[in-house]
Structure formats: structure tokens, C-alpha cells
Design a protein around this ligand. Sequence first.
Ligand SMILES: *Cc1c(COP(=O)(O)O)cnc(C)c1O
Length: 232
Amino acid sequence: MQSEQSVESVVRHFQQELSGTSCRLVAVSKTHPVELIREAYDAGQRLFGENRVQELTAKQPALPADIEWHLIGHLQTNKVKYVAPFVHTIQSIDSLKLLLEIERQAARAGRVIQGLLQFHIADEETKFGLSLPEAEALLQDAAVQQLQHVRLAGVMGIATNTDEEPQLRQEFSTLRGYFEQLKARYFADDAGFREISMGMSSDYRLAIEEGSTLIRVGSAIFGRRAYPAPTT
Ligand SMILES: *Cc1c(COP(=O)(O)O)cnc(C)c1O
């Protein structure tokens, strides 16, 4: 989609499409160079998503400090320390162990990091994420009730890679249901628990209709990802 349009014009198009909604755009810049990220930044984009720690830590120093970096990929506990000094949101929290390590590293960095609980909503086994009972067990842990350096702000999910609209809608509405149940049971008095991160280039319109507050869009903005050629 839109591979011939400039990054700037696509970003402006999203700004128009989202204005008047409560949904915001996370521009997913993985595999793309800092020059393209800068073009999106210059068009006014401030939320960017990367899925790999190494790539994120390489790009971050080369770009403006007021970018809100979102880590959207699976995160190993031993890598949290590399992103804790600057990351704004970790969208991929899928275990108590990871959550407590983020708390520890954010404390060391003297920061508060926003976190989203990642849920498994796709019918594919390869996608990471919690079930609702697992999320509830995590939230009931005594240590989680004492968090001072992680602000839990909502939920995230990756839908099945399919064109089947009814299935996508059902997966998005499942995630929204999880959000609403957790909100009612654990965050009723916490206005900061408000994010539902769902929807990508091919399905973001459906996700918005189903209540998304953060769409994560990569290829529709930056074009197809060029994967590095295999080394021989
Ligand atoms: C790559 C990625 C996206 C963006 O995918 P596009 O199809 O390029 O929009 C969104 N979410 C996650 C978790 C991703 O890894």
C-alpha cells in the first residue's frame, strides 16, 4: 500500500484519519533507517515502535530525544537493562518475571516506564502473550501491587495474519473484553489504565472500530521491509 507516497504524506494522512478519535499512531520503524524515521518525525510523528532491543538501542541516540519509543517485540529479561534508560513503553510484557525485571531496571535508571500486558489473541501458536487467567494471577501478585517504576497502562495483542474480517473483529473484541475486565477488577480508579494496542497496516481500520487506542503501523508508512541479505 502507498509505496509511492512519501513517508511524510502518509504520516499526515494518518494524522487526519485519527484526528477526532481517541486512537494514536505508533509508527513501526523496524528494519528502516534513521533517515526515514526522521522524515516521519519532521511530519510530526512522535511515537515510534521497534521490536528488537539491539536495533532500538542503535537508533535511539541518532534521533531526537522527544521521541516516545515503544518496544513492541518479545523481550528477554536479560535485555531490559539496555532499554530501561530511555524506553517510554514496553508493550510486550508477558510474564511476572519480565515485569519485575522492568521494575528493577527502571528503578536503577530513576525512571517510570509504561507497560502493556501482551495477550495471546491469534489462533497461531507462535505468537507470545498471556491468557486472561495468567494476567489475573500476575496482577494479584503482591510484588505487582507495590510497583513504583512501572505504570501498567493497558493491553496489547497481535491478531492472526488473515484477511478474514469476522475473525479479526472477533480477536480485537476479545482483547477489548480483556481490557474491560481488568479495568473493572484492578484499575477502576486508575485513569492511566486506558490503552488497547491493536491493529497493524492491514487491519488497523477494523481495530479502530473495535476500540483500539494505539495502532502499530509499519509497512503502510515506510514501505515493505527489506530484510538483510543472508550472509554467505
Ligand atoms: C512489525 C510489527 C507491526 C507492524 O506491522 P505492519 O504490518 O508492517 O504494519 C505491528 N506490531 C508488531 C508487534 C510488529 O512486530
